[in-house]
Design a protein around this ligand. Structure first.
Ligand code: SAH
Ligand code: SF4
Ligand code: F3S
Length: 487
């Protein structure tokens, strides 16, 4: 059944390039069972998109099929993000719009899920009267009950945060899938207390999912034609799974992230393995050597820095300083070579950041020679340590200007890094038709760079060797150099 589902779901809306601003919408499925239809719209990070696939699975058991048209829905879920104020504003605006729809269709129910639901809890129901259900990220198994109650007119809230829930036994229904690349959630929550960040409050304590179900999910995906999995967690390098006491298990010692990575890499040499996010304090040489050992573990690391200045990093409670971060970059280059792709997250204008400290961020970026970056202006989040103890004193205009400088530098670095790729042959996993032309295909190389090339007779899911002949800061452009697929 899982196989059939995967085949019927395709890519849908991607309204924005920046990962944190993507909005994804559920796909149209043939109506079955009770005939009730669910529309899910997801905001925020990949963890949320991944959770929506769990939610679709839970709701299918309760007789709902997904739709891509909100007007057709009996039930609308917004899976929300709380990371910055503008992420929350977007959801508020969306709710206003849905309110108009609800007035025309009084039986329709609206549920708010995810991080903003967890942050605001029952307050949501007071602030946004059209909302019927509020559910936090650890309570999705309870959704069918909450929906049933709401159908009788009773509003429902479950924002219980769990220390154990990993949804390990739930087979996600792949939404917005290209059928080639998929995400596997390997842990939930976060135990780091970065002072700016709302995630520890919205997603609770860190917990790791058992390695057996992770490897099984990777195997199933491979059997269904998928050729790339990305292991997901807020801080994947602190993955640690210990067999429960008394359980019959062949694994006596705890499983580390490096060991998990190896297990997934061994599923098949034709299955690419990626992972995100790495915290600079936790990524070990063992992980770097495991990456080196397996060709199918992609040589690409997302290593958020947040700032290039030690004083600011300390205020952020990142638990590393500038020299530590630089030395991590050196280790990556020493073990995996110059070509290893590295990307970052950076925050401009954190509390009390001076002009000289901002310059440190720019010089750290030059040193790291990042391939890509996700860059943000600091947005104070209520309840976080920074909101309680520090003053958000960098004027908005200064934050924006510093952010622009960071973005401009990244553009330059991305272009330089892409230029290194020109004139070389890259192994590309084909994901889809190119966004610009039906005559071209697009996929990504090992370093996660998008490569576009003429379609010829190649198909998605194939590995193709492409000679890159030109580039922009965002894309490599080339031509296949072998007529046969590599595998
Ligand atoms: N777990 C990941 C990040 C998750 S949030 C990590 O540790 O790196 C994604 C990114 O959003 C963060 O890396 C940070 O750059 C940004 N971010 C988080 N809180 C923010 C805030 N209050 N204002 C601006 N950007 C923020
Ligand atoms: Fe937030 Fe820090 Fe945890 Fe990342 S590691 S989710 S930035 S608290
Ligand atoms: Fe947003 Fe929650 Fe992800 S706050 S970035 S959806 S973990």
């Amino acid at each position: 059944m899982e196989q059939r589902v995967i085949e019927t779901l395709k890519i849908l809306t991607e309204s924005d390039k920046e990962a944190c601003d993507l909005v994804k919408v559920s796909e149209n499925e043939p109506v079955r069972g009770s005939g009730k239809r669910l529309f899910i719209e997801s905001y925020g990070c990949q963890m949320n998109f991944s959770d929506s696939e769990i939610v679709a699975s839970v709701m299918r058991e309760a007789g709902f099929t997904t739709t891509s048209t909100e007007q057709d829905a009996d039930l609308i879920f917004l899976n929300t993000c709380a990371i910055r104020d503008n992420a929350e504003q977007k959801v508020r605006n969306r709710l206003q719009h849905l309110n108009a729809l609800k007035k025309k269709k009084p039986g329709m129910l609206i549920g708010v899920l995810g991080c903003m639901a967890e942050r605001l809890k029952a307050k949501f129901l007071e602030e946004e009267k059209m909302v019927d259900i509020v559910t936090g990220p650890d309570a999705y198994r309870d959704l069918p009950r909450l929906v049933e109650e709401a159908e009788t007119g009773q509003k429902g809230v479950n924002v219980f945060l769990s220390r154990e829930e990993t949804y390990a036994d739930i087979s996600p229904i792949r939404l917005n899938s290209n059928g080639i690349t998929a995400f596997i959630s390997i842990m939930r929550g976060c135990d780091n207390m970065c002072s700016f960040c709302v995630v520890p409050y919205t997603r609770g304590r860190e917990r790791s999912r058992d390695p057996f179900s992770i490897v099984q999910e990777a195997r199933d995906l491979f059997a269904n034609g998928y050729r790339e999995v990305t292991l997901l967690g807020q801080n994947v390098d602190s993955y640690k799974w210990t067999a429960p006491a008394g359980a019959e298990s062949t694994l006596a010692a705890p499983v580390t992230f490096a060991q998990l990575l190896e297990k997934v890499a061994l599923v098949s040499p034709d299955l690419r393995v990626r992972f995100s996010t790495s915290h600079p304090k936790d990524i070990t040489d063992e992980v770097l050597y495991t990456m080196k050992k397996y060709d199918n573990i992609c040589k690409y690391i997302h290593l958020p820095a947040q700032s290039g200045n030690s004083r600011v990093l300390q205020l952020m409670n990142r638990t590393y300083d500038r020299p530590w971060y630089l030395q991590k970059i050196d280790r990556i280059r020493a073990i995996l070579g110059e070509d290893c792709g590295i990307s970052h997250d950076m925050i401009a204008g954190f509390c009390t950041e001076t002009e000289a400290e901002h310059q440190d961020t720019l010089s750290l970026m030059e040193y790291a020679r990042y391939d890509y970056g996700y860059m943000f202006a600091y947005s104070e989040r209520p309840g976080t340590p920074a909101a309680k103890k520090l003053v958000d004193d960098v004027p908005e205009a200064v934050k924006k200007r510093r952010l622009q400088e960071i973005i401009a530098l990244q553009q330059k670095l991305s272009l330089e890094r892409n230029q290194r790729a020109v004139g070389r042959v890259h192994k590309v996993l084909v994901e889809s038709t190119s966004k610009r032309s039906d005559d071209d295909l697009q996929g990504r190389n090992d370093q996660n760079k998008v490569v576009v090339f003429p379609r010829e007779n190649f198909q998605k899911g194939q590995y193709v060797h492409v000679l890159v002949t030109e580039c922009t800061a965002a894309t490599l452009i080339g031509k296949a150099v072998e007529l046969e697929a590599v595998s």
